[in-house]
Write a protein that binds this ligand. Structure first.
Ligand code: URA
Length: 180
């Protein structure tokens, strides 16, 4: 397996860790480039780091992360068999939504990570990563419905935090996950 990929991704991660392109760098503790298996077929894209992620510099390590891990387990996957990253790499203060400017400023990092990992399946978690591939899509209508384009599948799912806030979504989330 090529370690050029590892080197290129590490280079991007290093840029992310010292990035000052948008205001989020002013309030972050650590930037969160992403983590996991860089040779995976499955890439998960969340929204942005929360409190715990900002402290540790790792994606999905708080409550949403525990839940995501339990969903992965349900389908026989471990976190280190997939790659997990976010639309924005620095925590929006008070976990507010990332702004369009922040998302756009961070986009080249995510674009490069996707090009290098070149997964067969991209699973979007929540509205902001969904909007990259399903502009105008409503998560309540399109969750769990894959789109196939240029040899890759795009699969929009609820955000794990949204499911934790609204347990009524849990069975749909599990059913969507099982279709991965
Ligand atoms: N929520 C996200 O969208 N990403 C994380 O990394 C953690 C929580």
């Amino acid at each position: 397996m090529s370690d050029e990929r590892a080197e290129a991704l590490e280079q991007i991660a290093a840029e992310i860790r010292t990035c000052t392109l948008c205001d989020l760098h002013k309030t972050r503790t650590k930037a969160v480039p992403g983590a996991g298996n860089i040779h995976t077929d499955i890439l998960f894209i969340g929204e942005g780091p929360g409190f715990n992620e900002d402290k540790q510099g790792l994606p999905f390590v708080g409550r949403s992360g525990d839940y995501l891990e339990s969903l992965l387990k349900l389908i026989g996957l471990k976190r280190d068999e997939v790659f997990i990253t976010n639309v924005v790499k620095c925590r929006p203060p008070e976990n507010r939504d990332p702004t369009p400017v922040e998302i756009n400023t961070c986009k080249p990092y995510l674009d490069q990570q996707i090009n290098l990992i070149d997964p067969l399946l991209i699973v979007t978690l929540g509205r902001f990563s969904m909007a990259r591939y399903f502009p105008g899509g409503k998560i309540t209508q399109i969750h769990g419905k894959a789109k196939f384009e240029n040899g890759r599948a795009y699969y929009p799912l609820f955000h794990p935090a949204a499911v934790l806030r609204n347990p009524a979504l849990q069975s749909q989330m599990e059913a969507d996950f099982r279709r991965i």
